[in-house]
Design a protein around this ligand. Structure first.
Ligand code: ATP
Ligand code: MG
Length: 477
């Protein structure tokens, strides 16, 4: 809880820097609001519940609907804007595959900021300010992160960015260029197809629409046929890209099907459409074509001429979205215009940080074989004092007080029933940035042993300088 509270304090500080006020909305909301926004039926992650009168309620998975309703009721004129509200509250999603403890839970803690502006221009200024605050938050945590152009999924707006920690446990696949700044989530990433124009070989794979009415032939080119069979579908086809091409044909392409489910579904199909890989010569003359093959390691970057794409696994810890009027329109959050002649829906943004996920991700990114390693900003305590049993109480408190008055968040391990060896192992496991041992050195020469596992630091330091030595270490973490 100390880690969580510290993370929340970092977030609070940077939310204040952009004049966002903190609120706390209920975890229970009405079905009706979600029907009004159009997000009720399509969402398979909703926890639904009824009250004694059998009215429909939800455990909120996020709060766009609720906050738009509240703010919409409170503002009248363009003069009431901008409004920026955020909260750190529990969210509920019936995730299909919860995993990694804190990384994906059915209940989790999210920071969600909602912004309301009068014009699109103001909203984009707000978006920029939020991005800067996010940069400051993630920099303060001192864990390497990357920012990807993202697909805004069912949120509506177009402008959006994702913040990722790079880690093998990550469920997101990001493609980044080794020569320019291009980074994009798999769902949005593109690759150059020029190089593929000379590929002679082609394959035809099959897909199906979600209603199983339409068989979809996927014509693609491959460098050499002997390397692939139809079972390599997943390695060859970019389902997100196919979905986009199919959307233009009014077809909802089914993703994530395994071979036998697909074969079953295809039996019901009554018509066939064809989609062509953009690299095929006939693609130019076909209505349905696009860059539908999977990006492969080493493919050309879509943004610069020299770069090659490489994939990195990411844990999404934050997300910024420009929403426009996606929610203000259906939920009627409008303000009177400057000339007072009409009313316009407000321009919104929503910006999340996965608070509990970030804690799990920080643990995943920084741990080693001995235990956790917290960055200073969110460590439960910045330093721990482990004294041997023969050190007088007054001396221990002298050291403790000195650290405290230097503003260092320190804890003393005074558990009487545990030995020093056990305590040091425990301190490593918990992952305090700095460990201080009061033992032989103190008795002989009034020195403190300072350890910092992450920086490979271990040194006896005298009583005059140990607080500044600890501070110097903490500044690097
Ligand atoms: P994902 O693609 O991982 O499911 P999302 O796009 O559904 O994430 P958002 O709706 O944008 O997530 O939520 C904002 C943030 O909340 C995410 O960036 C992520 O850090 C966090 N988050 C989302 N779902 C979960 C979950 N089930 N458990 C923990 N954290 C989550
Ligand atoms: Mg999700």
């Amino acid at each position: 809880l100390r880690v969580q509270n510290k993370l929340e304090a970092v977030i609070d500080k940077h939310m204040r820097s952009i004049d966002a006020a903190k609120v706390s909305l209920s975890s229970i909301t009405t079905e009706q609001l979600w029907k009004q926004s159009g997000r009720f039926s399509a969402n398979s992650e909703l926890f639904r519940l009824n009250d004694r009168r059998k009215s429909g309620f939800l455990l909120s998975p996020t709060h766009e609907e609720e906050i738009t309703e509240i703010v919409g009721g409170a503002i009248k004129s363009y003069k009431d804007l901008p409004v920026r509200l955020y909260q750190v509250t529990r969210k509920y999603r019936d995730e299909r595959r919860p995993r990694g403890g804190l990384l994906r839970g059915k209940e989790f803690l999210m920071k969600d900021l909602y912004t309301f502006d009068y014009s699109q221009k103001d909203a984009l200024k707000t978006y920029k300010a939020v991005r800067q605050a996010y940069t400051n938050i993630f920099n303060e945590l001192k864990i390497d992160y990357i920012v990807a152009d993202a697909d805004s999924g069912n949120m509506g707006g177009k402008l959006s960015h994702e913040y990722h920690y790079i880690h093998p446990n990550g469920e997101d696949k990001l493609w980044s260029c080794d020569s320019c700044t291009y980074v994009a989530n798999e769902e949005l990433a593109e690759h150059k197809i020029e190089g593929k124009k000379d590929w002679k070989y082609r394959m035809v794979l099959e897909g199906v629409s979600t209603d199983h009415s339409t068989r979809i032939e996927l014509h693609i080119s491959v460098p050499s046929p002997e390397n692939y069979t139809k079972d390599d579908y997943g390695k060859l086809i970019n389902e997100h890209a196919v979905k986009k091409v199919a959307e233009n044909l009014g077809i909802d392409f089914a993703t994530g099907l395994n071979y036998s489910t697909l074969q079953e579904a295809l039996k019901k199909a009554t018509r066939t459409v064809k989609i062509y890989d953009g690299a095929l010569p006939e693609a130019a003359s076909q209505a349905a074509s696009g860059d539908i093959t999977q990006i492969q390691d080493g493919d050309g970057c879509p943004k610069c001429s020299e770069g090659k794409l490489h994939s990195v696994p990411g844990i999404e810890v934050g997300h910024t979205f420009h929403l426009g009027t996606r929610y203000s329109e259906p939920l009627n959050a409008v303000v009177a215009t400057e000339d007072n002649n009409s009313k316009v829906p407000v321009q919104m943004g929503c910006h999340g940080i996965g608070v509990s996920r970030l804690i799990g991700a920080a643990a995943a990114c920084l741990h080693d074989s001995k235990g956790l390693n917290w960055p200073r900003a969110i460590a439960p305590f910045e330093a721990i004092i482990v004294p041997t049993p023969d050190i007088p109480e007054a001396d221990i408190h002298q050291v403790y007080d000195k650290l405290q008055s230097a503003g260092i968040d320190v804890v003393l391990d005074d558990r009487a029933d545990k030995g020093v060896g056990w305590k040091l192992k425990d301190a490593d496991l918990i992952g305090y940035p700095v460990i201080m041992v009061l033992g032989r050195g103190w008795k002989d020469a009034k020195t403190v042993e300072i350890q910092c596992r992450r920086l490979g630091f271990k040194k006896e330091v005298n009583a005059e300088t140990f607080t500044s030595e600890v501070e110097e270490l903490l500044e690097q973490l």
